[in-house]
Design a protein around this ligand. Structure first.
Ligand code: FAD
Length: 621
């Protein structure tokens, strides 16, 4: 049967990519349908119930700046919030929240169900409807045909999913969910390049069987951070602690003894796993000299005893899992609620996508999330938003919008994927962005909300608040530049002890704020005047203090273009270059490029790495 309504956009899959895609398309006023296997699993976190972290929070805040749901749901479901790298510069600071998976999922579902222009339908999609080279709809498992101008595919780990525990395996989309086998088969008949990847998850543990007294408690930060620009601490549920424990030599011996029954080490799994989120068996193998690894013991929610032991993802047989868990301090009596497992799934070569995330081979179909070779909710959500908005723009017969690398981490993510592709699950890091002083999590709204408004993604309330903030920043910067402190004045007397030398002539407050010794709060206290909105204060302080660095970065980037012919010494020790990721060190050591220009074209060598190479060369000369 042909479904009687026609849609502007159909989104297939209700995970993190699919929900952001559907919300974005509907926010833009386009009639949207979200079709997913199971309405109960909308926004489900397949693995670790946590949102944000280094590099990833930048994506979450960009989704938020464009009116998306992830940060909003995190504020409603977050049970432990922290700012990572808080002592480092603002470019690498990152907000991370442990989430109650039930509350998070409920928050996403509430957003979806209350979104005008959006309808939801529960059913597996088995096929695409094609007219020549254009996708015009989908066919569900029971033969229903839905038509649309554009289709967004976000099937996650479900396409041809195979779950492995030890040498046993079975088909599945993730534990407890069916795989998407018919659709996977159909997609392999179409002109897409398909490969296999794998990812894994640890066993979950019953908190009642754990001795927390021998672990290190890790409470959230005070004051509690907030994820969304529109969020507030009042929205947060009760806050609780995480804990830290460690693996030991005995754990490692147990793992080594089980490797002959590991699907990864016996060649049963062919897909490549995430380098930065390795299984415990991988860690023991790759870092053989380490006799201990950290395990973060994270609650899965406020109304469950389940714990997520972050750091011991494994696909070893269950008997080995139980032994290895029980060898860890505090887990001696642990009861495993759900076994750990690995999953292999199909992904599509993202080099076959346009920057809009539309396929180069077929019109009208957009790909987003794990199926593009990425890993992580944040990476999926960000792509989903972009694919959803561009699918909607296609339906409106408008040009696609694609952020540049200097506008957003989303731009970096998509550019990396479509330029270099990926042979292992791709995750975001701040080191992937060459413009990271400009692309901070704290200024995501200032970078993107105006664009989001123009695209029709940002509602009136957010826009009004944003304008208020932006005006507040401009007003305060103006005031600081026009307010002068005279030597010997009451304000100078309060400020002088904070400086190396007392002031000898007048300074504007803006000039004083540039000094590393002086904070905005101290200046406010000394002068008795200041802005009250903490978001305005933060921006004024960061923009003033880092302006010099930001300007220099812009010049550095400009200069990079002139270094095409710069020679790289044949004996260069890439391991000695600070800041390069292990992946890039390895690629450069293997390839040994003769010029900087050639180095920059090696797949996976980012512009940020080229910048670091330049700095290193300058230091050597
Ligand atoms: P998913 O969240 O997988 O959502 C896909 C959605 O599509 C589901 O709702 C599914 O029901 C639906 N769907 C699929 N096929 C169809 C169809 N034919 N018809 C209708 N609906 C369909 N990420 C990390 O960052 N770190 C980790 O350590 C990590 N470990 C993981 C371990 C496991 C075992 C798994 C399964 C995932 C792990 N992830 C990890 C990845 C993380 O879960 C994903 O990156 C993220 O969920 C991807 O979002 P997505 O929207 O692309 O896909």
């Amino acid at each position: 049967m042909d479904y009687p309504s026609r849609y502007g956009v159909i989104v297939v899959g209700g995970g993190h990519a699919g929900t952001e895609a559907a919300l974005a398309s509907a926010r833009m006023g386009v009639k949207t349908l979200l079709i997913t296997h199971n309405v109960e699993t909308l926004g489900q976190m397949s693995c670790n119930p946590a949102i944000g972290g280094i590099g990833k929070s930048h994506l979450v805040k960009e989704i938020d700046a464009l009116g998306g749901g992830m940060a909003v749901a995190t504020d409603r479901g977050g049970i432990q919030f922290r700012v990572l790298n808080s002592r480092k510069g603002p470019a690498v600071r990152a907000t991370r929240a442990q989430a109650d998976r039930v509350l998070y999922k409920a928050a996403i579902r509430t957003l979806l169900e209350n979104q005008p222009n959006l309808e939801i339908f529960q059913q597996a999609v088995d096929d695409l409807i094609l007219e020549q080279e254009t996708v015009v709809g989908v066919v569900t498992q029971m033969g229903l045909r839905f038509f649309a101008d554009s289709v967004v595919l976000t099937a996650g780990t479900f396409l041809g999913g195979v779950i492995h525990i030890g040498l046993q395996n079975h088909s599945g989309g993730r534990a407890g969910d069916p795989p998407s086998t018919t659709l996977a088969k159909r997609l392999r008949e179409l002109p897409f390049r398909v490969e296999r990847l794998k990812t894994g998850t640890p066993p979950r543990i019953d908190a009642r069987s754990v001795d927390f007294s021998v672990m290190t408690e890790q409470p959230g930060d005070t004051p509690t951070p907030v994820m969304s620009f529109m969020g507030s601490v009042d929205q947060h549920p009760r806050q609780i602690s995480c804990y830290i424990t460690h693996t030991n030599e005995q754990t490692h011996d147990i793992i080594r003894a089980g490797l002959d029954r590991s699907p990864m080490y016996t060649g049963v799994i062919e897909g490549v796993g995430p380098r930065y989120c390795p299984s415990i068996e991988d860690k023991i193998n790759r870092f053989a000299d380490k006799n201990s690894h950290q395990v973060f013991v994270e609650p899965e929610g406020l109304t469950t005893h389940e714990l997520y032991p972050n750091g011991i993802s494994t696909s070893l047989p269950f008997d080995v899992q139980l032994k290895l868990v029980r060898s860890i301090r505090g887990f001696e009596q642990a009861h495993i609620v759900r076994p750990g497992y690995a999953i292999e799934y199909d992904y599509f070569d993202p080099r076959d996508l346009k920057p809009s995330l539309e396929s180069k081979f077929l019109q009208g179909i957009f790909f987003a999330g794990q199926i593009n070779g990425t890993t992580g909710y944040e990476e999926a959500g960000a792509q989903g938003l972009l694919a959803g908005l561009n699918a909607a723009r296609r339906s409106q017969q408008r040009e696609a919008w694609c952020p540049r690398r200097d506008e957003a981490y989303l731009g970096v993510l998509v550019d990396d994927l479509i330029t270099n592709g990926t042979s292992e699950p791709y995750r975001m890091f701040t080191s992937r962005a060459e413009y990271r002083l400009v692309l901070r999590e704290d200024n995501a709204d200032l970078r993107l909300t105006e664009k989001g408004r123009e695209l029709g993604l940002v509602d009136d309330l957010r826009w009004a608040r944003f304008e208020q903030k932006r005006e507040g920043i401009a007003r305060e910067q103006q005031r600081l530049s026009e307010t002068w402190v005279q030597p010997g004045s009451a304000a100078a007397k309060a400020i002088d002890p904070l400086l190396e030398k007392p002031m000898t002539h007048e300074y504007s407050l803006l000039e004083l704020l540039r000094r590393p010794q002086l904070s905005y709060a101290q200046l406010t206290e000394a002068t008795g005047v200041g802005e009250e909105d903490p978001q305005v204060c933060e921006q004024v302080e960061i923009q003033t203090k880092y302006q010099g660095y930001i300007d220099r970065q812009a010049e550095e980037i400009e200069r990079l273009r002139n270094h095409e012919q710069t020679l790289l010494p044949a004996d260069l020790d890439y391991r000695a270059i600070d800041g390069l990721s292990n992946e890039i060190r390895q690629k450069l050591s293997d390839n040994r490029p003769d010029t900087l220009g050639r180095a920059s074209r090696i797949a996976g060598v980012t512009p940020a790495a080229i910048s670091l190479l330049l700095i290193h060369l300058k230091k050597r000369s």
